[in-house]
Design a protein around this ligand. Structure first.
Ligand code: 5GP
Length: 196
């Protein structure tokens, strides 16, 4: 069993199921705090401001970058910007509750540079064909956006070895079990100084 992690970064290609696995972790361990990212992407039907994302205009994102408000940020899939607001992460880490960031590869690399003690987990699809099937099947992207996401998925998959742990999302509950174990959530509570 792993020692408890304070900060865990979950990355992996689009449509692999990162948000579903993160929600499953939260359902079992409500003390896990999930960072809410800022993005310039418009909301999809059903997405809520401040819940799924902080949906912001381009100039507001510019301001957040200029003011150093983001722990990391990246242009994801070549179009929209996504970033992790820094202050909520710092505040939650101070409470001692475990925190989880669900971000892309570029963001994970930035967090590794500034917070190397975090635990870096890559969620991988069982196969390339299965990833394509999930991306097409969820039907939230048009053809061009899907192609962009598949192009970045190839880049993300090639970087899997940079991560501390690779979890194959062949089944959401099984993958969640593995992530919970990697985060050390089934172990004793996080102690001061037990960062990574
Ligand atoms: P979506 O548009 O499907 O919600 O997210 C697209 C991608 O952006 C996902 O792969 C997700 O991991 C990534 N993403 C979401 N929030 C952040 C963030 O704060 N920073 C970075 N670097 N990537 C993010």
């Amino acid at each position: 069993m792993a020692s408890p992690a304070r900060l865990t970064v979950l990355a992996g290609p689009s449509a692999v199921g990162k948000d579903t696995v993160a929600a499953d972790v939260r359902a079992r361990f409500p003390q896990v705090w999930l960072s809410v990212s800022a993005t310039t992407r418009p909301p999809r039907p059903g997405e809520l401001q401040g819940v799924n994302y902080h949906f912001v205009a381009d100039d507001e994102f510019d301001r957040m970058v200029a003011d150093g408000e983001l722990l990391e940020w990246a242009v994801v899939h070549g179009v929209y910007r996504y970033g992790t607001p820094r202050k909520p992460v710092i505040d939650h880490l101070a409470t001692g509750d475990p925190a989880l960031l669900v971000i892309d590869l570029q963001g994970a690399r930035q967090v590794r540079a500034s917070m190397p003690e975090a635990r870096f987990v890559f969620l991988a699809p069982p196969s390339w064909d299965e990833l394509v099937r999930r991306l097409v099947g969820r039907g939230t992207e048009g053809e061009a956006e899907r192609e962009r996401r598949l192009a970045s998925a190839r880049v993300e998959l090639a970087a899997e070895a940079e991560f501390d742990h690779v979890i194959v999302n062949d089944d959401v509950h099984r993958a969640t079990e593995e992530l919970v174990a990697v985060m050390g959530l089934d172990g004793p509570p996080v102690r001061d100084g037990a960062a990574g």
